[in-house]
Design a protein around this ligand. Structure first.
Ligand code: PEP
Ligand code: MG
Length: 573
């Protein structure tokens, strides 16, 4: 038995068998020369690999019902066309004959030649095709090399996923039914993968440095997401102890008093709005049943990860419309694409070899430089707006010019809808995320063109304190109680309130029960968090008076460092 300590990022206990997930998406490509006589053999291998794949796709098409799966069928049919594409076949044949190289290297190089040509074209549709081409080449390589790729989406037994790092796009496809816990070497409490683990209710311990090297597939693990511990191959006594603890915590969760139907109101009657953060629309029903009063943040980029492409306008329109209808007129805040940084959609970021992705081409910067992709999303939101109560939110705004540019594209999208006689609501609130310190510092300018602010504390902490939110070595510095963070929050709230506009918070701080009285005292109007936390935050709001919280906030703002504030929060009144 061995015990590893890491960062507790998602509560709960998980016991099960480890599955090491260290595969790279692309298999290693063998490269060697072949003789002229071997070319025909290589060509036959190509034909039989494509035949095997197209047969599998046809089978999947047969199993995909015509109704309700239009988008899925469309993708499968498009894949079929690609594997049977005459030009692609001809280019592979020519490549084999002229270069006398093995098939695997020719397949990959031919696909990358197409990718290069597509990358040079400005249209969003071509950009989306890049992923399809690379995906096709990857499938062919897997087939040729007899590699069975492991997908976290298609697990068929319960496991504990162990990885050096997990991308948000990999985490989002995991199901709680099969993934009993997550263990990673990288990550911190505010990394996107941690956020997803919490939203999915999967216990997780991150920041184990080199933990994955000490765990083998098949090892029995206990993952203690409350205390940040991982036990490898526990002895019988420890195993029995934890199994008992799991039973007890399940029973407690069941008994937890539901505050549904009660408002999030302080003892002296100040009312707050509690919303949910969603990565996929499927979580909405559960959130509403737990008392969410709306969606404070819909991370729209996650829908793009699933297919590694920009969804077309129609399918985005459908997704947003369905979510708005299901929310039954409660507000739904759709954040426009927040891709880049650690949320890479490979097809869109080909050849983007940035030194500092988190300071680079991400989020609103990406959208502003890809107007076609941006406007597809804006038109889809506008058209869906007639089905409910939507709010549009722009991420990572760093100054007024960026906001004005984004609003300019929104006006263009409106004009395009109007030209096509597509109706949209005339009263959509448009707000921004305050998640770069510069936005907080020029909040008085930004608020004049925003209907609301929503503070994204995950990035605000990252950029204010200079701490990469995914880096376990410096995660101890990502302190939400740092006075600099509190001052920026206060400045943002006060500025918006002077203009009579509301301020929400959708970063992880909003769901941190320890911080709730402080945020109440700072004057926040709306809290947005994962569904499981809503009742806990509500309970705490109901325990205090607004006056008490204001006093606490005043004291906290006078503290010299994060530790002093943390100590103050131990005894808030
Ligand atoms: C944030 O930065 O606080 C936020 C809510 O956005 P994300 O976590 O998706 O970057
Ligand atoms: Mg952010």
């Amino acid at each position: 038995m061995k015990e590893l300590a890491g960062i507790a990022v998602s509560k709960g206990l998980g016991v099960g068998k480890a599955m090491l997930y260290l595969e790279d998406a692309l298999p290693e490509i063998p490269r060697y020369s072949v003789s002229g006589e071997q070319v025909d053999g290589e060509w036959r291998r190509f034909l039989s690999a494509t035949a095997a794949i197209t047969e599998k796709i046809r089978q999947r098409l047969k199993e995909t019902p015509l109704r309700n799966s239009k988008e899925r069928r469309y993708i499968l049919e498009a894949q079929l066309l690609m594997f049977e594409d005459v030009d692609f076949h001809e280019n592979v044949r020519l490549g084999l004959e002229s270069r006398l190289q093995n098939l695997e290297s020719i397949v990959w190089d031919t696909s990358q030649e197409i990718v290069r040509k597509l990358s040079a074209l400005p249209s969003a549709e071509f950009v989306a095709r890049i992923a399809d081409v690379s995906g096709m080449a990857r499938d062919l390589l897997n087939e040729l090399l007899s590699i069975q790729p492991v997908s976290l989406a298609n697990l068929n037994e319960a496991v504990i996923v162990v990885a050096r790092d997990l991308l948000p796009s990999q985490a989002i496809v995991m199901s709680k039914d099969f993934v009993k816990a997550i263990v990673t070497d990288a990550g911190s409490h505010i990394s996107h993968t941690a956020i997803i683990a919490r939203a999915s209710g999967i216990p997780a311990v991150m920041g184990l440095s080199s933990g994955s090297a000490q765990i083998k597939t098949g090892d029995t693990l206990i993952v203690d997401g409350d205390n940040g511990l991982v036990v490898i191959n526990p002895d019988k006594k420890t195993l029995v102890l934890y199994q008992k603890m799991i039973k007890e915590s399940r029973a407690k969760a069941k008994m937890a008093s539901q505050l549904n139907g009660r408002s999030a109101e302080t003892k002296d009657g100040r009312r707050f709005m509690l919303n949910v953060n969603l990565e996929t629309p499927s979580g909405l029903k559960d959130a509403l049943s737990r008392g969410a009063e709306g969606v404070g943040l819909y991370r729209s980029e996650f829908a793009f990860f699933a297919e590694d492409r920009v969804s077309d306008e129609e399918s985005q329109y459908l997704t947003y419309s369905e979510m708005l209808k299901a929310a039954k007129n409660l507000p739904v805040t759709i954040r426009t694409l927040d891709a880049g940084g650690d949320k890479i959609i490979p097809s869109l970021f080909q050849d983007n070899d940035e030194k500092n992705p988190l300071l680079g081409w991400r989020s609103i910067r990406f959208s502003l430089s890809m107007p076609e992709i941006f406007k597809i999303q804006l038109r889809a939101i506008l058209r869906a707006s007639v089905h409910g109560n939507v709010r549009i939110m722009f991420p990572l705004i760093s100054g007024l010019t960026e906001l004005e540019q984004a609003l300019g594209f929104l006006e263009e999208a409106k004009a395009e809808c109007a030209a096509k006689k597509q109706p949209y609501s005339g009263t959509i609130p448009v707000g921004i995320m305050v998640e770069v310190p510069s936005a907080a510092l020029v909040a008085n300018k930004l608020i004049k063109k925003s209907d609301f602010f929503s503070i994204g504390t995950n990035d605000l902490i990252q950029y204010t304190l200079g701490v990469d939110r995914g880096n376990e070595r410096v995660s101890y510095l990502a302190q939400p109680t740092h006075p600099a963070i509190l001052r920026l929050i206060k400045m943002t709230i006060d500025t918006a309130h002077r203009h009579g506009k509301p301020v929400a918070m959708c970063g992880e701080m909003a769901g941190d029960t320890r911080l709730v009285p402080l945020l109440v005292g700072l004057g926040l109007d709306e809290f947005s968090m994962n569904a499981a936390t809503i009742n806990d935050v509500k309970r705490i709001i109901r325990e205090f008076s607004f006056a008490e919280c204001q006093k606490l906030a005043r004291k906290a703002l006078r503290c010299a460092n994060a530790e002093e504030v943390a100590a103050l929060l131990e005894n808030p009144v």
